[in-house]
Design a protein around this ligand. Sequence first.
Ligand code: BG6
Length: 468
Amino acid sequence: MIEKFPEGFLWGGAVAANQCEGAYNIDGKGLSIQDIAPKGIAGPITDEPTEDNLKLVGIDFYHRYKEDVKLFAKMGFKVFRTSIAWSRIFPNGDDAQPNEAGLKFYDDLFDECLKYNIEPLVTISHYETPLNLARKYDGWTNRKLIGFYENYVRTIFTRYKNKVKYWLTFNEINSIVHAPFLSGGILTPKEKLSKQDLYQAIHHELVASALATKIGHEIMPQAKIGCMVIAVPVYPMTPNPDDVLKAFETDRSNLLFTDIHVKGKYPSYAKRLFQENGITIHMEPEDEEILKNTVDFISFSYYMSVCETSDTSKKAGEGNLMGGVPNPYLKASEWGWQIDPKGIRYILNTLYDRYEKPLFIVENGLGANDQLITGEDGEKTVKDDYRIRYLNDHLVQVGEAIKDGVEVMGYTTWGCIDVVSASTAQLSKRYGFIYVDRNDDGSGSLDRYEKKSFHWYKEVIATNGTAL
Ligand code: BG6
């Protein structure tokens, strides 16, 4: 282990509005795509919000955030990542005026963080496109979304410029390829969505992202604006050159997103990808200029690596949206996500070698089925040694990457307090240091309890990593 993480390292935790806030129709909030997706990625889309949708109440963070931020402060958080629910600010997405009550909520939340010297790290769009934009425009397939997003970012940058220094433009922007509805608000079913429309939607998001960086730098010269991707090391299944090339291609299909964000233009290899798939990106004359507004840092989620093979008889494994085939050297979580601590060192080095830009790990963690028990002191708790082990092993590898020379700005664990899961919309898939008493059937008091990992993380932060 390294002796110490860098001075000012941003330790903290992350959530997203749609997975924790609840209050889905309170204080003028409009519906988002999450309000009609009760079972997560693979599940059905309903006409109206239905009672079985756990996200409608979430963990009631909207009303309990003061209690929660206090617990984050008790752990010593330096940073707290959350998203702004777009439809709290612009209920239909295409409204001319923002909703003041929505703006006020985030003012209060950010003030509460700052009270404890916790920096807010804000995701502008985290899988929660206003539903109206999905229904009326088919989400990001329509260029008009750039204008609506521009209006939204101008509004929030102007409002929070003195409170928020760190911004992320789109959560896991590369996930649109796997989950076009969740990630891009695209209602056209995935199997019917042409590659042409998919990559045109991606282009719109990339232009919007660069535009946000431009506007953000104008309104808040001190701010740091980053992109956010799912980072996945792609290993060839065997030394067969066909497997190696397959892994290389899959890797590039992800790197395309960071290449454009960091280099400010489409890479040369995109030409062949587009040609062979019959894709012609329609560009407006200003797009090339806009894309030149490159990010200040790269942030990413890291949960797993994947293996690639050229053998088409092999079945793709279940990943965090990412597919791949199972790696025989790795164990998996209860939800089948393969655990690979060394992969985080590998991906940090890969990204830093390619870009030499600061990196921020904004999601990492273990989804597990926790059991609430009564501890020796009579307090309810969870003995989540498996979570401590997972996080410890990953952080040791982050330390190795720092020793390798990689510039790492910070680390926010995913779901620092239990939230509703994104892929399966369950509460029983828990990531938190703080247990929330709510179950998959919606029952529970919503009370909060400190898990064993709460105290472990507190120590890690207090010692700036030397306790690992
Ligand atoms: C990331 C998302 O893909 O993974 C989060 O940005 C999500 O929103 C996290 O919650 C973990 O996934 P899941 O499905 O276990 O909640």
